[in-house]
Write a protein that binds this ligand. Structure first.
Ligand code: SF4
Length: 221
């Protein structure tokens, strides 16, 4: 049965197991990094909004031109809606995302002087910015440790028995308890690469998994 060999694991043992897994994955994916291209917190915020249900490569193609047209929060806040929609039209859900981008930037002007705040509560208080996007910006644009629980992190955390939760916020809390802060942001990059290549949904490649010996789900899926 799943978890049979890991049932009696203490929190300390689980943390050590995750630490070993991260070290092994770091060796296997030394160049793991965020794929979205950005040069400022604002650009990463916009790219993150565009990246929902869209490949990062497509987002990068679109933002290459988008960021040369819209350079400031005010540019997005004052954008003419039809024009902004046209500029991101090759992105899924572009109408809704254009509205989100403009309204987020209007709020940033009204509440934060046109700056992207480097604070989780302030970011998530902005309508249209969820916890995942906020953590993405904090961890990657501001260098503030943050665990981004995307679909890869959620799936792998469950399979590795690091969290039994399906709620992303609870998974984030479980992982935060297990991992030192300095590894939080890196975890997301490593699990994203690992999830795309080996621990895939729906079928994991357990037989070639570099951390298989650390995993209670090995060969079961
Ligand atoms: S052993 Fe299988 S389920 Fe476990 S982490 Fe590796 S690929 Fe994923």
């Amino acid at each position: 049965m799943m978890m049979k060999d890991f049932d009696k694991e203490s929190i300390t043992e689980r943390a050590e197991r995750l630490d070993t897994a991260c070290t092994t994955l770091s060796e296997n994916y030394p160049n793991a990094r965020l794929k979205l291209r950005f040069e400022s917190p604002l650009q990463l915020l916009i790219a993150s909004i565009l990246a929902a249900q869209c490949r990062d490569e497509r987002v990068n193609e679109v933002t290459l031109e988008l960021f040369s047209k819209y350079r400031t929060v005010a540019d997005f806040a004052n954008a003419e809606m039809e024009r902004l929609q046209e500029d991101i039209a090759s992105i899924p859900l572009f109408r809704r995302k254009a509205a989100t981008i403009r309204s987020c930037c209007q709020t940033l002007i009204e509440d934060h002087g046109g700056e992207v705040p480097s604070d989780l509560n302030a970011l998530t208080a902005v309508k249209g910015i969820g916890r995942k996007t906020a953590n993405m910006v904090l961890g990657n644009a501001f260098g503030i440790p943050a665990i981004i629980v995307d679909t890869h992190v959620l799936r792998i955390a469950n399979r590795l028995g690091l969290s039994q939760e399906s709620d992303r916020d609870k998974v984030e809390q479980d992982l935060m308890r297990l991992l030192p802060k300095e590894r939080w942001t890196r975890l997301g990059h490593l699990f994203a690469e690992f999830g795309r290549e080996i621990c895939k949904a729906p079928k994991a490649k357990c037989l070639v998994c570099p951390i298989g010996r650390l995993c209670p789900s090995h060969k079961i899926l």
